[in-house]
Design a protein around this ligand. Structure first.
Ligand SMILES: [Zn+2]
Length: 630
């Protein structure tokens, strides 16, 4: 048998099939209500459709990538471990049969299929996800005791004994999260059975360890084991899962954060963020405010004191410096993509507790500059690090040769690009992101279409409703409009109340009503906190990258292999002299191409464009800018 994929539909058949069979878009199943009610809630993925062609194109490339993966290859090492015959060609990169993280990507694959099918009604990926779940169930049955992994349980013995092993719980977390996503988002009941089996095995394993032993185990990266187990508890009401989750609440990390102390220096970044997402879930389920403090203090430290202009964090995967010391941290392995993915997840929780625009000022920055540009739009392959030292370039995974952690979070990110544009409460709607899209708010009986041309700084919302409906439309006032945003309803200045960073228009909305907002964008600098002559240039929410050409770059250098490559030192970066602190004194809008700029009066002038649009050239984000002496 070459492949388990029975579905070889043409594109036309696919579009018809998905249009005919959208997934019911009801709220996911829950058994235990959050003890802290959310102040604002996201919409189900199926309620929001992107109409932005550039974003749709990226989702399409992601779909092609997921659809192109052979399920027998994704299952190969699971079958080997379970003693089930398999003749599939093994995957390589981090999925190679002797790599200790093997199996992690199959979990991300399931999440990607679930997210994509919930968001776009994609029946092909849902079917493919279902098939993988069914085959994983067979592996689990063959293993016995609920154990399911692409490596044997002896890895956990090594962990227990304090012997060297990569990150077995990290890997299991990806598989459990993928299965739970297949249940919650794609209604696959078998996936729930399988993940419950895994949770049972987990409970037994953790029960066999003293708190001391467990503390030692938690020194090895374990992803979001607390989060997935809390989520499983919420879905099933089985308290055992919450108890097992709590064993993964990492006090060593949490205690200083709860006391408002930043002891993050030296830590591996992406090991920590998922634990905090788990802490956020614990707060929501138990109401224990200590876990809220942990999540909020962590978020503030990372986004306000440990992030670059792009919203990304980490250098060589670590926080290597004290807060606000970032000037020395620029390299070719800055800003691991998994960190951005996980920080966005965390931000959604914090916003739900306290819907304030500042959360989406960060979300927008990280989404536009740290997610969107990390896929090669030609082939759907994604990045590991986003180099931020000047003169480097973007390196993308190889099609079947990488399967990095970030390949995994990448397929999830690009399966949910419509996520978080809107949130809501009983009384109204939060418009958080300026992304062209349509919202179908079934309970209120309204549809809303957002047309946004960010390059022109305009946003328009049009309402379709069978009968007038009272609603507060809350439009985020982005920090970058500098107080110059305006809002009009049906062509007239609107009666607006400002609160929490939103412009609120609360009225009866009728069919055909239109709200227009102007979102004036201007050039501004984002200097390093510890060196204000080292500056990134922004236009509205977009970080601009300088185009430094393709000299010396080969195809080979732009493709990663088993691991992201060591990158040779680039040529010296250009430096700039500014007439004044205002970047318009040395950068101007280029005439014809939207969102393109050019420096002026420099010894070497360069073009600048949004970082997300840089694909195959050397670029720079931070520049040495000195002020002209008067
Ligand atoms: Zn990663």
């Amino acid at each position: 048998m070459k492949s388990g994929d029975a579905m070889n539909l043409t594109r036309r058949q696919f579009i018809t099939a998905s249009a005919m069979a959208p997934l019911a878009a009801a709220a996911g199943p829950t058994s235990v209500k959050d003890s802290v009610p959310a102040q604002a809630q996201p919409f189900d993925l199926g309620s929001v459709r992107l109409t932005d062609s550039a974003l749709l194109e990226l989702m399409e490339r992601n779909r092609d990538f997921l659809q192109g993966l052979e399920t027998d290859r994704l299952l190969h090492t699971f079958r080997l471990t379970a003693g089930i015959p398999t003749s599939a060609e093994p995957l390589v990169g981090w999925e190679k049969p002797d790599v200790e993280l093997r199996g992690h990507f199959t979990g991300h694959f399931l999440s990607g299929c679930a997210l994509m099918s919930a968001g776009t009604g994609d029946t092909m990926l849902r079917g493919k996800g279902n098939l993988v779940v069914a085959e994983l169930a067979k592996c689990q049955k063959a293993n016995g005791k609920g154990y399911l992994s692409a490596f044997p349980p002896s890895f956990f013995d090594r962990l227990k004994a304090g012997q060297k092993v990569w990150a077995p719980w990290y890997t299991l977390h990806k598989i459990m999260a993928g299965l739970l996503d297949m249940y919650v988002l794609a209604r696959n009941e078998q996936a729930l059975d399988v993940v419950r089996g895994m949770a049972g095995w987990t409970k037994q394993w953790t029960d066999s360890l003293s708190d001391e032993d467990m503390a030692r185990v938690l020194r090895v990266e374990f992803g979001g084991m607390n989060e997935v187990l809390y989520n499983l508890y919420a879905v099933t009401g089985v308290k055992d899962y919450a108890d097992a989750a709590h064993r993964f609440d990492h006090e060593h990390l949490f205690a200083p954060l709860a006391d408002g102390r930043d002891e993050l220096k030296g830590l591996h970044v992406n090991t920590q963020i998922p634990k905090i997402v788990g802490a956020a879930r614990r707060y929501e389920l138990t109401g224990d405010a200590r876990y809220r403090r942990i999540a909020e203090f962590f978020w503030t430290q990372v986004t306000q004191h440990r992030s670059y202009a792009t919203g990304g964090t980490s250098n060589d995967e670590h926080w290597r410096s004290d807060p606000d010391k970032l000037a020395g941290e620029l390299g070719y392995s800055t800003q691991e993509c998994c960190c951005t993915y996980n920080m966005l997840k965390l931000t959604r929780h914090l916003f739900a507790w306290s819907p304030e625009a500042r959360y989406f000022d960060y979300y927008e920055r990280a989404f536009f500059n740290g997610i969107l540009g990390t896929m090669n739009p030609k082939n759907g392959l994604t990045m590991y690090y986003v180099p931020l030292a000047t003169g480097y370039w973007k390196v993308f995974a190889s099609p079947r040769g990488s399967f990095w952690c970030c390949t995994g979070t990448g397929v999830e990110s690009f399966s949910k690009l419509a996520d978080s544009i809107y949130f809501h409460d009983e009384d109204g709607l939060y418009v958080n992101l300026f992304v062209a899209s349509e919202l179908d708010w079934e309970e209120k009986g309204i549809r809303l279409r957002q047309d946004t041309a960010l390059s022109r700084g305009e946003m328009r919302l049009r309402i379709a409703t069978a009968k007038p409906v009272q609603l507060a439309l809350r439009i985020r006032e982005p920090y970058w409009t500098d107080g110059k945003m305006t809002v009009a309803v049906n062509g007239k200045p609107a009666a607006v109340v400002r609160g929490g960073g939103y412009w609120v228009v609360d009225r009866f909305w009728e069919n055909g009503d239109e709200l227009r907002a102007t979102l004036p964008m201007s050039l501004h600098v984002h200097p390093m906190p510890d060196d204000d002559t080292l500056q990134a240039i922004m236009y509205g929410p977009l970080v601009l990258a300088g185009d430094l050409g393709r000299e010396g770059l080969t195809e080979e250098m732009r493709r990663g292999g088993d691991n992201p490559p060591q990158m040779p030192k680039p040529p010296a970066a250009p430096e700039f002299v500014a007439e004044s602190r205002d970047p318009r004194s040395w950068i101007e809008l280029a005439a014809r191409t939207p969102l393109t700029f050019r420096t002026k009066g420099q010894s070497r002038d360069i073009s600048m464009l949004p970082l997300s649009r840089i694909a195959d050239q050397r670029y720079g984000v931070y520049w040495r800018v000195t002020q002209k002496q008067a």
